[in-house]
Design a protein around this ligand. Structure first.
Ligand SMILES: *[C@@H]1O[C@H](CO)[C@@H](O)[C@H](O)[C@H]1NC(C)=O
Ligand SMILES: *[C@@H]1O[C@H](CO)[C@@H](O)[C@H](O)[C@H]1NC(C)=O
Ligand SMILES: *[C@@H]1O[C@H](CO)[C@@H](O)[C@H](O)[C@H]1NC(C)=O
Ligand SMILES: *[C@@H]1O[C@H](CO)[C@@H](O)[C@H](O)[C@H]1NC(C)=O
Ligand SMILES: *[C@@H]1O[C@H](CO)[C@@H](O)[C@H](O)[C@H]1NC(C)=O
Ligand SMILES: *[C@@H]1O[C@H](CO)[C@@H](O)[C@H](O)[C@H]1NC(C)=O
Ligand SMILES: *[C@@H]1O[C@H](CO)[C@@H](O)[C@H](O)[C@H]1NC(C)=O
Ligand SMILES: *[C@@H]1O[C@H](CO)[C@@H](O)[C@H](O)[C@H]1NC(C)=O
Length: 493
């Protein structure tokens, strides 16, 4: 009886009749549940490739797990992840943040979300706000992954292999070590371990991925000169085959950007909706705002000019970050919630966490380089960036003339301003990482990242199926990512 039913099911799928497919699966589950056991509404079934299929119920609808199974490489030695949690006193926060919190321990609580913000001074909602350290994205992601609905313990069935390596924290320990052997040693140990495992052989690592709460450049030291920045991790041959998801991608196609963690980690959809309603209604007395510090030592930094322009305008709010005054999300969110536009110039690198704070505050971001967002967060932000942001291309600081920013922003119609803000607010759930202890009905930043990486690895698998070399392109760089589109004129707007 099993075989004809299997054929029937695969025919139905061939005709795209999803309803029948689900009906077949349910029928199948009734037949096999007694054999395989059913737990908590999770059914193990056999499909036409003789691979088990699990059906998960999300929001009342059933989603098959086929092609979405992920295997967590939990056998990874604890020195690559859990030991950092246990030895958090030795991780100095100074190397990680500008905070006055002297070590990393407080940030590891609440599954990596950090301490709950107790006194939000009416600026934040009462719950689901945390002092989150951006570097702990790797811990948050790991904890979310443990709750992923389509995990498998059988790696041969997995579409992707997640390596729970805390890449950024690991790098931070030796990043400033002049001894390059010491700086690169754990990266080398990691790839040696991974490539010795049976999982590696299946696709030579191209189904493996890991997450880093640091920018890609921290892992891309090209030359063995101790005055050069970063570890060599991403240039090790094994690492080239893997994908890295991090807060800022590099020019290489195997480094993919996902949002910085903000301080908002909702545990229910209703919290997100309430927050969206709240920022939608917010009074915004300032036309624009800048929160940050100048980069006096960077010759071509536009920050100094932006600060001058902001201070010269009665329409602009400037919050100068020094010492610890920008550590508290309340301080930043208060400014962003009362501003229509938030300036997001590059800092030490192209991207900033502040960009995501401004989305959460319903403040329309203003970008000056495509690499600050448009060429980075391809899975999370809409293709058409005019819908949610203002672009003021500034190739070089000299191009920026007095009053330029205000002139551009004042020139935007109220209708367009409103439409952009609606879009920014609509994007909030997709850009935040929900509390790993629960799950939302809508897709959050984690869900979109998982969807993106599965698609990417699926494409590689397709290339292998066609008999081509999957490594072609994975190590290529895309220099267009960090340059300005050719069609732009030198005028500002
Ligand atoms: C950090 O600074 C805040 C505000 O200035 C203060 O309340 C807190 O006690 C400080 N924490 C530490 C560990 O010094
Ligand atoms: C937060 O809690 C306080 C005191 O419990 C309450 O008065 C206030 O309305 C709450 N604010 C929000 C936004 O829920
Ligand atoms: C894993 O799945 C493969 C393919 O279905 C199967 O041959 C193998 O027996 C499974 N391994 C375990 C440990 O269940
Ligand atoms: C550099 O580090 C390696 C590994 O930690 C160590 O064996 C070596 O002695 C160090 N070299 C120097 C010059 O300190
Ligand atoms: C390493 O870099 C520094 C600074 O860029 C340079 O002065 C030095 O010559 C370099 N050393 C080697 C061995 O290339
Ligand atoms: C990387 O992938 C390519 C092709 O998929 C393979 O030939 C190569 O051996 C892999 N490298 C390592 C170090 O496994
Ligand atoms: C992008 O969005 C803007 C604003 O909604 C719209 O006017 C424009 O036509 C869109 N461009 C494309 C290529 O869809
Ligand atoms: C889940 O269901 C709620 C209400 O039942 C609906 O508003 C929401 O859009 C659904 N989400 C998804 C991802 O389908």
């Amino acid at each position: 009886m099993g075989k004809p039913l299997a054929r029937k099911c695969s025919q139905e799928v061939g005709f795209g009749l999803l309803v029948s497919f689900i009906f077949c699966l349910v029928l199948y589950s009734l037949i096999y549940s007694s054999l395989l056991g059913v737990n908590n509404g999770v059914n193990l079934l056999v499909n036409k490739q003789v691979h088990p299929i699990r059906i998960v119920k999300i929001n009342g609808t059933e989603h098959p797990c086929s092609d979405r199974y992920i295997y967590i490489h939990e056998g990874l030695p604890s020195r690559f992840n859990y030991d950092f949690l246990n030895n958090c006193e030795s991780l100095t926060a100074g190397a990680m943040t500008v905070s006055n919190i002297s070590n990393m321990c407080p940030y590891f609580v609440n599954l990596g979300l950090g301490p709950v913000i107790e006194s939000s001074e009416g600026v934040l909602a009462n719950e689901s706000w945390f002092s989150t350290n951006q570097f702990l994205l790797e811990v948050i992601f790991h904890n979310r992954m443990k709750q992923y609905e389509c995990l498998t313990e059988n790696s041969t069935l997995a579409s992707a292999i997640y390596v729970p390596f805390y890449a950024g924290i690991d790098a931070s320990v030796h990043l400033r070590d002049p001894n390059l052997t010491a700086r690169d040693s754990s990266a080398k140990d990691l790839v040696r371990w991974l490539s010795s495992k049976p999982e590696w052989k299946k696709m030579w690592g191209s189904d493996h991925f890991f997450v880093a709460g640091r920018v890609s450049w921290d892992f891309r030291r090209r030359r063995d000169n101790s005055s050069n920045w970063g570890s060599k991790l991403r240039f090790l041959p094994e690492s080239v085959n893997m994908s890295m998801l991090s807060i800022e991608g590099s020019a290489w196609k195997n480094d993919l950007a996902i949002p910085y963690p903000t301080s908002f980690h909702p545990k229910e959809d209703s919290e997100v909706v309430q927050w969206q309603n709240r920022v939608r209604k917010q009074e915004r007395p300032h036309l624009f705002a800048f929160v940050g510090a100048p980069r006096a030592r960077q010759k071509n930094s536009i920050r100094g000019k932006l600060i001058d322009q902001c201070q010269a305008s009665t329409n602009c709010k400037f919050l100068h970050c020094r010492k610890n005054n920008c550590d508290n999300p309340v301080t930043i969110m208060r400014v962003f919630q009362s501003s229509v536009y938030c300036l997001q110039p590059p800092g030490d690198t192209s991207t900033r966490r502040s960009t995501f704070d401004s989305f959460v505050a319903g403040c329309v971001p203003v970008f000056f380089q495509p690499a600050s967002a448009y060429t980075q967060y391809l899975w999370h932000l809409p293709k058409n960036h005019t819908k949610y942001s203002v672009f003021i291309p500034v190739r070089s600081a000299e191009d920026l003339k007095e009053g330029d920013i205000e002139k551009v922003l004042l020139g935007i119609s109220k209708d367009r301003e409103l439409a952009m803000r609606q879009e920014v607010i609509r994007l909030i759930p997709k850009l935040v990482y929900a509390d790993p202890r629960s799950r939302l009905k809508t897709q959050d930043a984690f869900d979109l990242a998982v969807q993106g990486i599965l698609e990417r690895i699926g494409n590689v698998r397709e290339v292998i199926r066609e008999g081509k070399d999957p490594s072609i392109g994975s190590a290529e760089s895309d220099n267009g990512k960090f340059t300005f589109p050719k069609t732009n004129t030198n005028r500002l707007y």
